[in-house]
Design a protein around this ligand. Structure first.
Ligand code: ADP
Length: 160
C-alpha cells in the first residue's frame, strides 16, 4: 500500500524551504499532497487559486506530488481523504512550541494522526514566505530563495 504524507500550510507563496521539505519527504513517502489552507489568519497576498497555481507550476510533471486545499480543521480534511500523516518543517527552536502543541492537539482529536517533523537545508532555516514578500514588494530580488515560477508571480503582483 502506498504511503502519502500531507503537507499543510498557507504557502503564500511557496519558497525553496517548503520545496526542499517536499523533496526530502519524497525519499520517505511514496506521495506528498500539498494542502493549501484557505483561511489564513492574515489576508494572504495570493488568492487560494493563485497559491495552488504557483505550486502546480513549480511541481509540473511530478506525478508523486498532488496539490489540494482545505478549509476548517486539518483533521477533518485528513479523515475525509483517508490520510493520517502530516509533515511539518522545523526551522529553529522557535517553531517547536507551536508545532508540538498542534501535533498533540490534532492527535487528541484524531488518535491515528501522526506528525512527521523535518528540517530543511541549513540555508533555508531563516526563510519564510513573509521575508520573500517583503523583498519583492520593495523591488528586491532573491532568486536563490524562490524558484523562477514564484519570481514570475511575485513580479507580476508588485511590478507596476
Ligand atoms: P510560513 O511558516 O512560512 O508562513 P507556512 O504556513 O506555509 O509558512 O508553513 C507550512 C509549513 O512549512 C510549516 O510547518 C513551516 O514550519 C514549514 N516551513 C515554512 N518555511 C520553511 C522553511 N524555510 N524550511 C522548512 N520548513 C518551512
Amino acid at each position: 500500500m502506498s504511503k502519502t504524507a500531507v503537507y499543510p500550510g498557507s504557502f503564500d507563496p511557496i519558497t525553496n524551504g517548503h520545496i526542499d521539505l517536499v523533496y526530502r519527504a519524497l525519499k520517505i513517502f511514496d506521495k506528498v499532497t500539498i494542502a493549501v489552507l484557505v483561511n489564513t489568519k492574515k489576508e494572504p497576498l495570493f488568492s487560494l487559486k493563485e497559491r495552488m497555481e504557483i505550486i502546480q507550476d513549480v511541481f509540473k510533471g511530478e506525478d508523486r506530488i498532488k496539490v489540494d486545499y482545505f478549509e476548517g480543521l486539518l483533521i477533518d480534511y485528513l479523515k475525509k481523504h483517508n490520510y493520517n500523516i502530516v509533515i511539518r518543517g522545523l526551522r529553529a527552536v522557535s517553531d517547536f512550541e507551536l508545532e508540538f502543541q498542534m501535533a498533540l492537539t490534532n492527535r487528541k482529536l484524531y488518535p491515528d494522526f501522526e506528525t512527521f517533523f523535518m528540517v530543511p537545508a541549513i540555508n533555508y532555516t531563516f526563510l519564510n514566505s513573509s521575508v520573500i514578500k517583503e523583498i519583492y514588494r520593495f523591488g528586491g530580488r532573491a532568486p536563490d530563495l524562490v524558484p523562477p515560477a514564484v519570481e514570475k508571480y511575485l513580479k507580476n503582483k508588485f511590478d507596476r
